[in-house]
Design a binder for this molecule. Structure first.
Ligand code: FMN
Length: 198
């Protein structure tokens, strides 16, 4: 679908002030989850929506995809949740990226082998998948499955999620990603539906 962009000249503004502004705008506009799903979409075999979300944006998108496709849904949860303080999370996640020492993931409440297609949702962290999703992919194999990545971000477009997923899941069928700004979630219904149809 050609949605993936990688404009290196545009440095992302994910300052705390900007994030709070975007989060506030999204909250004021109301959740995407309140929108009525258009219709059930063509099946990709047994489907699972699997996501991590710290502050709720990716969860909102995950729930919309789940309702629209009638897929099962499961959440990736670190054993120890990240600190509620934003700066602490930024610092800790950077350390985890640099050192490779990460918080383990809680066992999933679904059996991955039952699914043919996985909608894999993540916030954009440091230009790539959030650390809990990276950690999940080191603990579980998605070999042989269709992987449909979706993400939310604060406006940065140096998004390496698709390229990084190709590296991390070389034996999966990784499809075109859907990347949405948190502040655009409210008006994203037709974009999400078009991505789902694709
Ligand atoms: C540790 C951390 C790193 C982030 N890095 C980026 C980034 O590189 N680019 C960006 O646009 N947003 C970045 N963000 C903002 C999140 O991607 C954005 O707020 C997202 O919608 C949060 O999703 P959630 O509510 O599902 O947790 C970062 C947020 C955190 C906490």
């Amino acid at each position: 679908m050609g949605k993936h962009q990688n404009n290196r000249s545009d440095f992302p503004d994910f300052s705390r002030r900007n994030l709070l502004k975007l989060a506030g705008a999204a909250a004021a506009l109301g959740p995407l989850g309140l929108l009525v799903p258009e219709r059930a979409f063509a099946s990709g075999g047994r489907m699972l929506v699997l996501y991590y979300s710290k502050t709720g944006n990716t969860r909102e998108l995950a729930r919309y995809i789940q309702k629209t496709t009638n897929a099962d849904i499961a959440e990736i949860s670190p054993v120890t949740p990240y600190p509620s303080d934003y700066n602490e999370t930024v610092r800790l996640s950077r350390l985890e990226l640099l050192t490779g020492r990460r918080n383990p993931i809680q066992p999933l409440n679904v059996q991955l082998q039952q699914y043919d297609s996985i909608f894999l949702g993540t916030p954009l962290w440091w230009g790539t998948l959030a650390v809990p999703v990276l950690q999940f992919l080191t603990q579980h194999s998605l070999e042989g499955k269709r992987v449909l990545p979706f993400s939310t971000n604060a406006g940065g477009n140096r998004d390496k999620i698709f390229d990084d997923l190709l590296l991390l899941c070389p034996k999966s069928d990784v499809r075109s990603p859907l990347a949405l700004r948190a502040g655009d979630l409210k008006n994203a219904q037709s974009e999400v539906n078009a991505w789902l149809r694709g």
